[in-house]
Design a binder for this molecule. Structure first.
Ligand code: SF4
Length: 919
C-alpha cells in the first residue's frame, strides 16, 4: 500500500488529496494535510473519489463507425489516428483550417491544454478551439481584464482570515465550494464580528447562514452594485486618494450612477431599500471587504458588467491589494485557471496573450517556431456549435467534456451533432451523452491516472501525480494530441526532426509553458516540477529567483494596464436576455447540488452521493404551486421557447414566488424518457457580448400539469465490483426499456438514479398517460432481479395494480410498485436500513400507505459520511437541551454527523437552529 499526492478533480478550490493504492485499485482517499488549499479536509465529493474508480463505464479501446447509422467497432490506435489525420488533412485542404473545431475542458491538466492549443493554433492554423470554461468563467476573465487589466484573481483563501466583510454574490459556496466555505466558518468562529452578506435569488444554505441575505431578482446584480456605489458616493465613503492615484474613468462612472439610488435599485432588484442601504453601510464601515462570486455573476448576458460593477466598488473604496480585501472569483472547474494561462480559449494565446494583438501573435509564433498565427479569434462555445450546425465547421473534436448535456439550448446542439461530418470524442467515460454520439471515440485517462499540473482559484499551481496506469488502451490526453500532431505534421510535409511536439513527458510540456509566461503578469519562470515537489503548491506570479509566489496582487496599487492604473467601467443595468412574459411567466434559475458535480459522469457513479438529493426534482414556491393546483411529487411539464422537460415537483419557500429552480446536473442519464434532453433543453444560448458566456442562470418558462396518471417506482440492489454488474450499466438497460414504453404509453416521464451505500442499487421511476403491458413490466423485473422464488407478486389487472417484492435473508432487497405508490416511503426505508421484514410479509404486498407501527420516514441523508438521515437529527433535536450551539455539539457527539468532511454543517445548523459558529 502506498499514498500518492494528487488533487481533487472537481471544483476550483483545488484541494490536495492523498490517494492510497494497493497497486491495482485506489482503495481510499484523504485530504492532504500539507496542501494549502484544504489542510487535510475534503468535502463529500472529494472524500468519495476512490469510489469513482471502479473498472466500469470506461472507454477502453479506440472505436470508430463507418457511417452515422452503423455501430462503432473497436480499432487500433494506428487506425484511429491515421483515419483522423486523413480526415483533417483532406478537410483543411478543401475547406480551410477554420472548417475544423475543438471543444475542450477545464478538467484537463495544464499540459493537456497547452498541447491542444499549440496543435490547433500553431499547427492547424485556426483559433477554433474553445472550452467548457466558456460556460463557467469567461465573464470573470473579461470583468478582470476590463477593470484590473489582467485575468488574475487578486485575492487568496487566507484573506478570509483578515476580512471584516465577506460578500458572497451569485454563489452557493456552502455547496459548490465546500472546503473554502469551511474556511469561512473557521474565520467567523475566530472573529464573530466578521459579517457575511449573501446576494442570491434563492435562500440557499449559504444565504441562510449569512448575516444579511439580499434575494435579488435574477439578473439584477448590476443595479444593486450601482446603487451601493451611489450610496457610498452620497455618504462620501469612497476613497478619493486611491481613486485619483490608482484608477482612471471614475468621473464617467460617477455620472452614470447618479440616478441609481437605492430606492431605484430596490424596485428593480425586488428587495427593500433598507436592505440595500444596510449592505452599503456595512461596506462603508468595513476595513477589509472580500467578495466571493461565481456563476450568478458569470452565467449572464451581462456577465462582464456584473463582474465589473462589483470590482468598481472595490476600486472606489480601495478594497483591493491588502489582506482581507479584493474581488475574488471562485473557479467552477479544477483547472479553468490553467487553461486560461496557456491561452486555451478561442480569443487567447499562451501567457495571457490575445489573438487580436499582432505583437502577442508574433511572440508566440517565435516561441513555437512557426511563421505566424491566425489573427481572427475563433468560435466561442455557443458560436462553435452554431457553426457546426450551419455546416461551416465539419470536423468537431471534443475532449473531456460533455456538451451534449452541458450546453444551453440542447436541441440546437443536437442538430449540430447531426450536421457534423465527424464528431471525435476523447473521453474516459463511455456513459456520457457526448461519448454516445461520437463517430470516433478515443479512450483517455482520467483522475487517479493523469500526471501534470492544475491551477486553483487562488492562482496556486499543484503538481498532480497519477496513481495507477490508465486501463485498457486508454492514453493520457497530451499523449493523444502529440501522437495525432506528429502524424499530421508528416502528412503536411513537415520535417519530423523539426516537430513542434517533441515531448516525451508532461514535464517537458510544462517547461515550455513556463517560457511563454516570461515577463508576463503570470510569470512562473521560477517554477518547475522539482520546485513544486520540494516546496509544495505555489501561487503565481513566481518569477525566476523568487522563493515563493504572490499571495495577493496589486498591493502597490500598480495594475497591468497601459497607464498602470485600474480602469473603472461604466456598467449600465440591462435586463436579462429573455424576460418573463404572459406566455412564459416564471423565471427559472439553475444551480448545483451539494453532492453532485456537473454532468455526474463521475459523481453519478457513487450511490452514497444520491442520499442527499435522491432523484431529479424541480422546485417552485409553495404559493405558485397552490395557485396552479399542483401537488408535491407530481410530474409537471416545464416549457421554454426552446424545449420541454417532464420532471417531478418539489415546493420550497427558498425560491420566491415567480421563480423556479432546478439543479443543472440532471441530464438525459437521469431524466431518461425518450426524447429528453435534460435541464438544458430549456436554457437559452444568448451570451454576454464580451465574454460570450451564455445566460444559463435565467430562462423564462411556464409550468403545467403533465397529467400522467399511471405511476411506477422500482428499486433493487443490483450488484457491485465483486458481482461484476455495474449499477450505471443497469440504469442504461432500464432506460432502454423505459424508452420503448413511450410507444405504448403516450407522454412519459422516466428517471433512473442510484441508491444505497456499500451495496449499490438503482431506482427507476416512471409516470405515463397509460399503463404499459405486462410484458414490459416483466422486462423491468428481469433487469432488477424481481423474479424467482424470493419474489412475492400481486397483480390486479382490473385496477392496473401490480407489485413485486423480493426478500432475501429476511430483508427487503427489491420492490416494484405500479399503479399506486402509497407504500413507497416506508418500503424504501426498510430497503435502505436493512431491517427485518419477516413480520411484514403480507403487508409488503398490500401496498398500504399506513406504515408499520411507529414508522417515520428517514428523509434525505444529511450526513453522508456517517449515513445520518434527517429523521434521526430531527428526533434528536426534539429532546435535546441547551442552546442551539450546545445542541449541535451534543448531536455531533451522539451521531458523529458533520464531524468528518463538514459538508452537512450548514444544514445541521439550520436543523438545530444554531448560528454560523462552527461546532
Ligand atoms: Fe474537491 Fe470538495 Fe475540495 Fe472542491 S471543495 S476541490 S469538490 S474536495
Amino acid at each position: 500500500m502506498k499514498e500518492v499526492k494528487t488533487t481533487c478533480p472537481y471544483c476550483g478550490v483545488g484541494c490536495g488529496v492523498l490517494a492510497t493504492t494497493d497497486g491495482k485499485r485506489i482503495t481510499a482517499v484523504r485530504g492532504d494535510p500539507e496542501h494549502p488549499a484544504n489542510f487535510g479536509r475534503l468535502c463529500t465529493k472529494g472524500s468519495t473519489l476512490h469510489l469513482t474508480t471502479t473498472p466500469y463505464g470506461r472507454v477502453l479501446h479506440p472505436e470508430m463507425r463507418l457511417s452515422r447509422d452503423a455501430p462503432r467497432t473497436r480499432v487500433s490506435w494506428d487506425v484511429a489516428l491515421d483515419t483522423l489525420v486523413e480526415k483533417f488533412a483532406t478537410t483543411i485542404a478543401t475547406h480551410g483550417p477554420d472548417s475544423v473545431g475543438f471543444y475542450i475542458s477545464g478538467q484537463l491538466l495544464t499540459e493537456d491544454y497547452y498541447v491542444f492549443n499549440k496543435l490547433v493554433k500553431g499547427l492547424i492554423g485556426t483559433n477554433n478551439i474553445d472550452t467548457n470554461s466558456r460556460l463557467c468563467m469567461s465573464s470573470a476573465v473579461s470583468g478582470y481584464k476590463a477593470t484590473l487589466g489582467a485575468d488574475a484573481p487578486p485575492a487568496c483563501y487566507d484573506d478570509l482570515n483578515h476580512a471584516d466583510l465577506v460578500v458572497i454574490a451569485g454563489s452557493n459556496a456552502a455547496w459548490a465550494h465546500p472546503i473554502l466555505y469551511r474556511r469561512l466558518e473557521d474565520a467567523k468562529a475566530k472573529n464573530p464580528t466578521l459579517k457575511v452578506v449573501c446576494i442570491d435569488p434563492r435562500r440557499t444554505e449559504t444565504a441562510r447562514a449569512a448575516d444579511l441575505h439580499l434575494p435579488i431578482l435574477p439578473g439584477t446584480d448590476v443595479a444593486l452594485f450601482n446603487a451601493v456605489l451611489h450610496w457610498l458616493l452620497w455618504e462620501d465613503a469612497t476613497d478619493a486618494t486611491y481613486i485619483s492615484e490608482h484608477t482612471e474613468g471614475f468621473a464617467a462612472l460617477k455620472l452614470a450612477v447618479r440616478e441609481c439610488a437605492p430606492a431605484w435599485a430596490a424596485r428593480i432588484c425586488g428587495v427593500n431599500e433598507a436592505q440595500i442601504v444596510e449592505f452599503a453601510s456595512w461596506w462603508k464601515s468595513s476595513k477589509a471587504t472580500l467578495s466571493l462570486y461565481c456563476q450568478g455573476l458569470n452565467q449572464s448576458s451581462s456577465g462582464t458588467d456584473k463582474n465589473a460593477a462589483l470590482i468598481n466598488l472595490h476600486l472606489a473604496t480601495a478594497q483591493i491589494g491588502k489582506p482581507g480585501a479584493g474581488p475574488f472569483s471562485l473557479t467552477g472547474q479544477p483547472n479553468a485557471m490553467g487553461g486560461r494561462e496557456v491561452g486555451g480559449l478561442a480569443n487567447l494565446l499562451p501567457g495571457h496573450r490575445e489573438v487580436v494583438n499582432a505583437e502577442h501573435r508574433a511572440e508566440v509564433a517565435a516561441l513555437w517556431g512557426v511563421p505566424s498565427l491566425p489573427p481572427v479569434p475563433g468560435k466561442s462555445a455557443v458560436e462553435m456549435f452554431d457553426t457546426v450546425r450551419r455546416g461551416d465547421v465539419k470536423l468537431l473534436w471534443i475532449a473531456c467534456t460533455n456538451p451534449a448535456q452541458s450546453m444551453p439550448d440542447l436541441r440546437s446542439v443536437a442538430d449540430a451533432f447531426s450536421q457534423a461530418e465527424c464528431v471525435i470524442v476523447q473521453e474516459a467515460f463511455a456513459t456520457t451523452e457526448t461519448a454516445k454520439l461520437a463517430d470516433i471515440l478515443l479512450p483517455a485517462s482520467t483522475w487517479g491516472e493523469k500526471h501534470g499540473t492544475v491551477t486553483n482559484s487562488e492562482r496556486r499551481i499543484t503538481h498532480v501525480n497519477g496513481v495507477l496506469p490508465p486501463p485498457g488502451l486508454a492514453r493520457h490526453d497530451w499523449e493523444i494530441v502529440v501522437a495525432f500532431a506528429r502524424r499530421l505534421e508528416r502528412k503536411l510535409g513537415r520535417d519530423s526532426s523539426q516537430t513542434l511536439f517533441p515531448y516525451a513527458s508532461p514535464e517537458e510540456i510544462f517547461n515550455e509553458h513556463i517560457e511563454t509566461t516570461r515577463g508576463r503578469d503570470l510569470d512562473i519562470t521560477g517554477l518547475s516540477y522539482d520546485v513544486l515537489d520540494a516546496s509544495g503548491p505555489q501561487q503565481w506570479p513566481f518569477p525566476a529567483g523568487a522563493t515563493m509566489g504572490a499571495a495577493r496582487l496589486y498591493s502597490d496599487g500598480i495594475f497591468p494596464t497601459a497607464s498602470g492604473k485600474a480602469l473603472f467601467r461604466v456598467t449600465p443595468y440591462k435586463p436579462v436576455a429573455e424576460p418573463v412574459d404572459a406566455r412564459y411567466p416564471l423565471a427559472l434559475t439553475t444551480g448545483r447540488l451539494r453532492d453532485q458535480w456537473h454532468g455526474m459522469s463521475r459523481t453519478g457513479r457513487v450511490p452514497q452521493l444520491y442520499g442527499h438529493e435522491p432523484e431529479p426534482m424541480f422546485t417552485m414556491n409553495s404559493n405558485d404551486l397552490a395557485r396552479r393546483g399542483l401537488t408535491v411529487g407530481e410530474v409537471v411539464k416545464v416549457a421554454s421557447r426552446r424545449g420541454e422537460l417532464l420532471v417531478r415537483l418539489a415546493a420550497s419557500d427558498d425560491v420566491r414566488s415567480g421563480q423556479c429552480y432546478v439543479p443543472m446536473h440532471w441530464g438525459r442519464l437521469t431524466l431518461a424518457a425518450a426524447g429528453s434532453h435534460g435541464v438544458n433543453a430549456l436554457t437559452i444560448g444568448s451570451f454576454d457580448p464580451i465574454s460570450k458566456q451564455p445566460e444559463l442562470k435565467h430562462t423564462a418558462i411556464r409550468v403545467e400539469r403533465a397529467a400522467l396518471p399511471w405511476m411506477m417506482v422500482a428499486f433493487a440492489y443490483v450488484g457491485d465490483i465483486e458481482s461484476g454488474r455495474d449499477p450505471v450499466a443497469v440504469c442504461d438497460e432500464l432506460r432502454e426499456v423505459a424508452q420503448t414504453l413511450s410507444a405504448h404509453c403516450g407522454s412519459m416521464f422516466a428517471s433512473t438514479t442510484l441508491i444505497g451505500a456499500e451495496r449499490p442499487g438503482v431506482v427507476l421511476r416512471i409516470a405515463a398517460e397509460a399503463a404499459p403491458d405486462a410484458a414490459t413490466l416483466m422486462q423491468i423485473d428481469r433487469v432488477l432481479g424481481l423474479i424467482g422464488v424470493s419474489t412475492l407478486a400481486y397483480d390486479d389487472a382490473r385496477r392496473n395494480l401490480s407489485r413485486r417484492v423480493r426478500v432475501e435473508d429476511g430483508r427487503l432487497v427489491g420492490a416494484r410498485l405500479a399503479g399506486d405508490l402509497a407504500a413507497e416511503s416506508w418500503m424504501r426505508d426498510y430497503f435502505l436500513s436493512g431491517a427485518s421484514v419477516l413480520e411484514l410479509r403480507q403487508r409488503l404486498l398490500a401496498g398500504s400507505a399506513a406504515a408499520p407501527g411507529g414508522f417515520v420516514a428517514r428523509g434525505k441523508v444529511v450526513c453522508n459520511c456517517f449515513n445520518v438521515p434527517e429523521r434521526d437529527i430531527v428526533e434528536f433535536c426534539a429532546s435535546a437541551q441547551g442552546s442551539p450551539t450546545e445542541r449541535l455539539s451534543v448531536l455531533q457527539d451522539a451521531k458523529k454527523c458533520g464531524t468528518n468532511c463538514g459538508s452537512c454543517l450548514p444544514e445541521l445548523r439550520v436543523l438545530v437552529g444554531a448560528s454560523f459558529e462552527v461546532a
